[in-house]
Design a protein around this ligand. Sequence first.
Ligand code: ZN
Length: 686
Amino acid sequence: MKKTLIFIMTTICLFACKDEKKSTGLELQTPAINDFNYKVDVFADMEILRYRVPEIEKLTTKQKELLYYLNEAALQGRDILYDQNGKYNLCIRRTLEHIYENFSGDKNSDDFKAFEIYLKRVWVSNGIHHHYGNHKFVPEFSMDFFIDEIKKLPDAAFEKIGLDAEKLVSVIVPVIFDPKVASTRLNQAADVDQITTSASNYYENVNQKEVEAFYNSMKKSDDETPVSYGLNSKLVKENDKIFEKTYKTGGLYSAAIEKTVYWLQKAATVAETEHQKSVIEKLIEYYNSGDLRTFDEYSILWVADTLPHIDFINGFIETYGDPMGMKASWEANVNFKNTEATKRTEIISANAQWFEDNSPTEKQFKKEKVTGIAAKVINVSILSGDCYPTTPIGINLPNSNWIRAVHGSKSVTIENITEAYDQASHGNGVAEEFAWSKTELDLMSNYKFITDNLHTDLHECLGHGSGKLLQGVDPDALQSYGAAIEEARADLFGLYFIADDKMVELGLLPNEDAYKAEYYSFFMNGLMLQQMRIELGNNIEEAHMRNRQLIARYVLEKSADDKAVELKTRDGKTFVVINDYKKVRQHLGDLLALIQQIKSTGDLAAARNMIETYAVKLDPALHKEVIERYAKLNVTPYKGFVNPVYTPVFDADNNFIDIKIDYTENFVEQHLRYSRDYSYLPSFND
Ligand code: ZN
């Protein structure tokens, strides 16, 4: 195995991210893999897919054993995320599941069908709020139906839920049915108390001012290696005292963390290398102590762990769910290297300095010496916590700015997930409905799978790591606009270079027209397609979506004279038309320079202006048109996954000898099994 390149870093690296699939149904390129059925289930705004785990059979017995133990460690924390997403979630999920499994009435009744969809949505979102839009689901079954079914539950169910029937009804019925209670999981509006108006469960009995004061008093301005304050705890006020309840063995979520530790201990015994063993042992130490210094030590070991074939994420990592961006949700995946595809990211990494030097940004904002980025293409074997059932397709970690600056980061593109997206979209009609002509259809059909993956590689592997902040600029200066600006920076870096002759020269693209597939689909998505995810009348909130519209709308506006890109109408329908790809690239380069300047100088006013002008609002008529055209195609806005089922095989002496993989489990079966076999936390945790 070849080690991916690690460069020595001298300047501060910026941000980390977790990038999701655009998932507008426009993924139609690779030849169909005939004997694998990617589609599992469709309901509400979701389609559930399964993913293949290619080449698992080629792992050595020891690697298979390691993979199995890490998979098990990954599944243990599922309950944690439910509780983090809202304090009633575990209680509600258990109640719904007991009703579902005990139901003896008419399964064709409207109430039951609506109830089943609601339960599936709770499983998708790890709670009662939409996984992407954050709003609370509106149940379409009646309150009477629900209360009746609760009353019919056997005594054993109430024991497992932890409340008797009367109490249960009084606690969860308003949470499910009253639109005013817990209406959003995450409120990031500028003019409200984001803590008290968010239903996520990272804080209790404290307001935003108290939270800010608590953490500001901990931070020291001269600390060059600060821990990620607040990352692994709930902040509470009890008896007028504000303090953290830490997620650790013996602390909050102990029952689930102990199980995770148990499987990690087994994994450590079959690690591929001594270094990997030390990584796993450090993670165990951190789970046991909850000490954030130990977490940093772990992250440093993890980022340097590039030799083994198998790798994993397991812990409190991403902070998207906390309005303050400090507290991390629990997530996990286990993966191994796709050796063939990793050659692609190795080429990109090896040329990182060339890209930095040749980017259209001002010299003072460039890195003199580019950061170490270990980039690889992986296939996942299990998804869990905040990576399940909806998952990122690219990940770049760790998140700590100083660790990234000193020790670099690991960046991955998850190819068996992008393959599933792509395969499942064959023949859905989206491209045919929205593309201007056969020219664009052919471009996308020939190249889009390659260019999509390459754009993700460039975004993760170079984009986020490029550029630098000017001395003294606060990394959080752009406040709530920071995430969208950062995503735009990474996307623009990828878009700018995917059209460079260097791509063909390096063998990453087959010819100088291929990039046009990415440009056309990016603009089609940013100007139109992604709007299908937004309800009429609403604005764009999510950072990646804001980024895409920002780029597309900005370039459209700058094309007013040269008509590089325009919206045209034909037969009453709107289409994206790109007349001059080279000029589009120039506009993208100009915008990249501008966005980099905003980031490097921490120009909050300019960031706000950019986002509010281009990224947030929708043209109501176009929005309506997009939704209506999609409605005819039956394409869901969001996709999630089921995991394969793994069964270990032992010999007569109880030695691990093999792992069996099975793809046949459906979405309902999987969640009921997980709730039966991987559920250790009480319904209410404090
Ligand atoms: Zn990103």
